[in-house]
Design a protein around this ligand. Structure first.
Ligand SMILES: *Cc1c(COP(=O)(O)O)cnc(C)c1O
Length: 407
């Protein structure tokens, strides 16, 4: 070790984050003082209610009777046999109401907003997945919801747009700049700044200023908590490897949290390598990013020389974020989690293989984790067990894949 100031696992693996919202050197609140005060109020409100029986029972009730939890763990036997290596198990978040893991934290955020007496929940959406999950949660909880979405994305993602409208949320088309996610973020944030006391900005992953990386992680940690118990019950022991795709990092940290203290379990996050790490068209933030600030917190990010976020790319629109959750950055630095990447082509192949061998159509985001598991199963060989988080279902991706592959 010697001079190395790098924290080491597991001795410094304490409660995360610290009181200022830092995971090691990452996270925090890089925001103006007025906003800091509002974020501190949200932190206090969350800390106050998170351990009350009322809040815990309400969330547990909704997870069970509304989302349909626990989601099953499925032994993908035919897939494993086809590869002829390690056994692959899938945590089926695709079976949740609304078809992905996002509903877990959207419900938590909507309940918190309501509890705090906020009048409106606000967010941006890219492909519309966060928008739909949030509009769903707000309809259920009974709180106004406003979603900002770029005009180009609106034209591309019609089913999600229609769904948000049916769910009763106010959809604001964003016509400035790139007319995509980047400008939708700015537009939603401007609206939020008009009245941050009464509005609640619902962040869609483990990113943004403290307390969001912590809070969204806590809401998502149900995934790993269930999966660990289910896996042990099925197999009498822990998996050798757990893995999940990483965009902002919420489904991954939701699974990983339950296994971080198990030294025998190798933990792997999978980033989108897009058209290749040697091209500009990827979003492999942890693999190729540099330390910097983005959207109110510090993390690895993909930025240009002026420190502006680069236009990142992935075939899976849920993964193309130029930053990444601060806890992932910390876990990378202490070598507790390994981060790998998967290209568009490998992702598409996994999408088709899982569909045809198991009858499960995965989201393109989740297909990155499946593709990694398939490669890894072959590499580590028989006798090992790999648990994959299947973060969502692929219905939203069908038209795209069909036209891309010419089926
Ligand atoms: C949004 C999304 C992701 C990426 O978000 P994380 O915060 O990294 O989990 C992954 N999978 C699906 C199905 C999604 O909708």
């Amino acid at each position: 070790m010697g001079q190395n100031s790098k924290p080491t696992y597991p001795t410094t693996f304490g409660p995360m984050p610290d009181a200022e919202g830092y995971f090691g050197e990452y996270g925090g609140q890089i925001i103006p003082p007025e906003l800091k005060q509002i974020m501190d109020e949200i932190t206090d409100a969350y800390e106050e209610i998170k351990n009350t029986d009322d809040f815990k029972n309400e969330l547990a009730y909704l997870f069970k009777h509304y989302v349909g939890r626990p989601s099953p763990v499925f032994h993908a036997k035919r897939l494993s046999d086809k590869i002829g290596g390690a056994d692959i198990y899938l945590k089926r978040e695709d079976l949740n109401h609304t078809g992905a893991h996002k509903i877990n934290h959207c419900l938590g955020e909507a309940l918190l907003a309501k509890h705090m007496g906020k009048t409106k929940v606000l967010a941006e959406t890219g492909a519309g997945q966060h928008g739909v999950a949030l509009a769903t949660a707000c309809a259920l909880v009974g709180i106004e919801c406003e979603i900002h979405m770029g005009e180009i994305d609106i034209a591309k993602e019609l089913p999600n747009v229609t769904k948000m409208k049916v769910l009763g949320c106010k959809l604001i088309p964003v016509s400035r700049g790139t007319r995509t996610l980047k400008d939708a973020v700015d537009s939603a944030f401007e609206e939020y700044l008009k009245n941050p006391k009464d509005f609640f900005y619902a962040i869609g992953s483990v990113v943004g200023p403290h307390p969001f990386p912590m809070m969204v992680r806590d809401f998502q940690s149900i995934i790993g908590k269930e999966a660990r118990e289910q896996f042990v019950e099925m197999n009498g022991g822990l998996p050798d490897i757990v893995t999940a795709c990483v965009g902002g990092g919420s489904n991954a940290i939701g699974l990983f949290t339950a296994f971080l203290k198990d030294e025998s379990v190798e933990v792997v996050g999978v980033e989108p390598a897009g058209k290749g790490l040697d091209t500009p068209d990827h979003a492999a933030t942890l693999t190729l990013g540099e330390k910097g600030a983005i959207h109110g917190f510090k993390c690895y990010n993909l930025q240009d020389e002026a420190g502006e976020p680069l236009p990142v790319y992935s075939i899976a629109s849920g993964l193309d974020y130029p930053g990444v959750g601060p806890q992932h950055c910390y876990l990378k630095d202490i070598d507790r989690v390994r981060y790998e990447s998967i290209t568009d082509d490998e992702c598409l192949e996994a999408f088709m293989t899982l569909s045809r061998v198991e009858g499960i159509v995965p989201a393109l985001e989740s297909s990155h984790a499946v593709a990694f598991a398939m490669k890894e199963a072959e590499r580590v060989g028989k006798g090992k067990k790999i648990l994959v988080n299947l973060s969502g279902r692929g219905d939203k991706d069908l038209d795209f894949v069909v036209s891309k592959l010419g089926l």
